[in-house]
Design a protein around this ligand. Sequence first.
Ligand code: GLP
Length: 239
Amino acid sequence: MKIIKVKNNQEAGIQAAQIILEKIHANPGCILGLATGSTPITTYQNLIKAYEHKQVSFKDVITFNLDEYKGLNPTNPQSYRFFMNNELFDHIDIKIENTHVPSGLHTQNPALYDQKIHKAGGIDLQLLGLGVNGHIGFNEPGTAFDSLTHVVDLDPSTIAVNARFFDSIDLVPTQAISMGLKTIMNAKQILLIATGANKAEAIAHLINGEITPNWPCSILQQHPNVVIIIDEAAGSLLK
Ligand code: GLP
């Protein structure tokens, strides 16, 4: 596990974008796993900047997002598809048909998503945020380590944390579709970003804790190629 320590989320975004840009320069048709949440927004801003400065083209890049709320239409501003278009895809030269977000409407056969990833050649680099409770994607505490893409019941704590994006907590979907922990572990490389004091406990479990489904992020200790970018606050419980 390689740990990169930065001052704040702004710096994390610069470092993470750099790693992603190197991947694309080495392989312009690479397959990226992408994440939503507030954490990767600065990363996406730096990728857009690099595109605007003609330092990169995304025209052959393929992307697979981690997750989507069940029941939300892609045009719903709270959907993760909307988020990705708005924060990244609409501002770069990626072909929209090369971008994949699990459908929140058609969730009958979630494993099809894994087949699609496999068919494309597998994920070269998976970007991850981190839930306060240690979730990655929407793999809540208790998720099986061998899980593939599946429908999940969101933890009440996750619903509470994510309510800030909705007009009221009652509007937060109670289920989502998410890549499983095995789907994530199948990526060739993982790049996780965690910033802010509310991630410190999960970071301590991720890096030094026992490997247990109670802290889904702890599974990453078993991945051979993980880079973690943390700011001072998120690293504050590390020895
Ligand atoms: C959501 C997403 C995760 C994300 C997490 C952290 O629950 N499903 O993929 O990592 O939130 O979000 P934030 O970056 O806003 O703290």
